[in-house]
Design a protein around this ligand. Structure first.
Ligand code: AMP
Length: 316
């Protein structure tokens, strides 16, 4: 493997037309550099910065689908250099979760990234991100405490830590996250604000299957009958939105509507199905500000999460 000194990074950028002051997307599709070492990643981003090329980062755990690719496309629209990372981060999985069986589909992922026109894919090994003896972890901000934070203890400390590490090795201008993981996006926004990290955070819309199921790497765990049942998850969000349109303004009543829609399709194991403040993620007393309906529930052994922003009815 080549070591990426600044000359090599400069050559790569030059061959792609990524020269100073050109902010438009110039990377030819089908050219994707796969980088494994943190120092090589860092050198590449530093070189882009020296040349005033805007860089964008899309962190993922791989098993890519159109939701991930939408983030890469958003990055391509505003950055000259688009970096995707693939790293199944052990510290964000609980001891009884699916770290070992999480889908790993690197060849297919790289081909999707190539087709999407990403410039670089950073694929570090575990000891690249957690050098032997590592013990430092980020204490995540207070928006991490409820919901996913309660159901998955330690999850957001793992997420915050890996995102901070990725931003150290790829100190990009902009980082792209999906609102599919609504609370995660809020955690990252608060963390970069609190820690004064010089990066802009973009949150992109949820990409769904035509029937409404949010794309997720974990959907591949679903059997065909479970796949049908899983539609109860987006439907419970739709039911909440419909109830709001019909005049319901009480978050507790909306939560009952969501639970009812999940029970209707036979989903019993519900971690939460609530309407919360879209900024603080605290429970709401009334629908008097930006709100989001959030749900996490099990279909068989597969835990699905989804959400939908709800706008209050305009005051008459
Ligand atoms: P993951 O690989 O699950 O860690 O996800 C990587 C990024 O892709 C996160 O920012 C997710 O929120 C985002 N993402 C996952 N699924 C979707 C989706 N269906 N639509 C939009 N973004 C998504």
């Amino acid at each position: 493997m080549v070591a990426w000194d600044s000359e090599h990074a400069a050559r790569v950028l030059r061959t792609r037309g990524l020269d100073a002051f050109k902010l438009e997307q110039l990377t030819p599709a089908n050219e994707l550099d796969v980088v494994e070492r943190g120092e090589d990643m860092l050198e590449l981003v530093r070189e882009a910065r020296r040349r005033h090329v805007r860089s964008g980062l899309t962190p993922t755990m791989g098993a890519l689908h159109a939701g991930h690719i939408s983030l890469v496309e958003a990055s391509r629209r505003e950055c000259g250099m688009t970096i995707a990372t693939i790293f199944v981060n052990p510290t964000q999985f609980g001891p009884d979760e699916d770290f070992d069986r999480y889908p790993r589909t690197l060849d297919d992922d790289l081909s999707q990234l190539r087709d999407a026109g990403a410039s670089v894919c950073f694929v570090p090994a575990v000891d690249e991100m957690y050098p032997s003896g590592s013990s430092t972890m980020i204490a995540p901000p207070s928006v991490s405490q409820r919901w996913e934070g309660e159901c998955r203890p330690g999850h957001f400390a793992g997420v915050a830590t890996i995102v901070m590490k990725l931003l150290q090795l790829a100190p990009v201008d902009v980082a792209f996250f999906g609102s599919k993981d609504f609370q995660q996006a809020r955690v990252i926004q608060e963390m970069v604000r609190d820690l004064r990290v010089a990066v802009e955070i973009r949150t992109c819309p949820i990409v769904r299957e035509p029937d409404g199921l949010a794309l997720s790497s974990r959907n591949r765990y679903l059997s065909s009958s479970e796949r049908e049942v899983a539609l109860g998850v987006p439907r419970c969000l739709q039911a909440a939105a419909d109830a709001v349109s019909a005049g319901e303004q009480d978050p507790a009543a909306l939560s009952r509507v969501m639970h009812g829609a999940l029970h209707d399709v036979g989903i019993q194991r519900i971690d939460y199905a609530e309407v919360v403040d879209a900024r603080s993620l605290e429970p709401l007393e009334s629908l008097d500000r930006a709100a989001v309906a959030i749900v996490a529930a099990f279909v068989g052994q597969t835990r699905l999460i989804d959400n939908r922003e709800l706008s209050p009815l305009p005051k008459s």
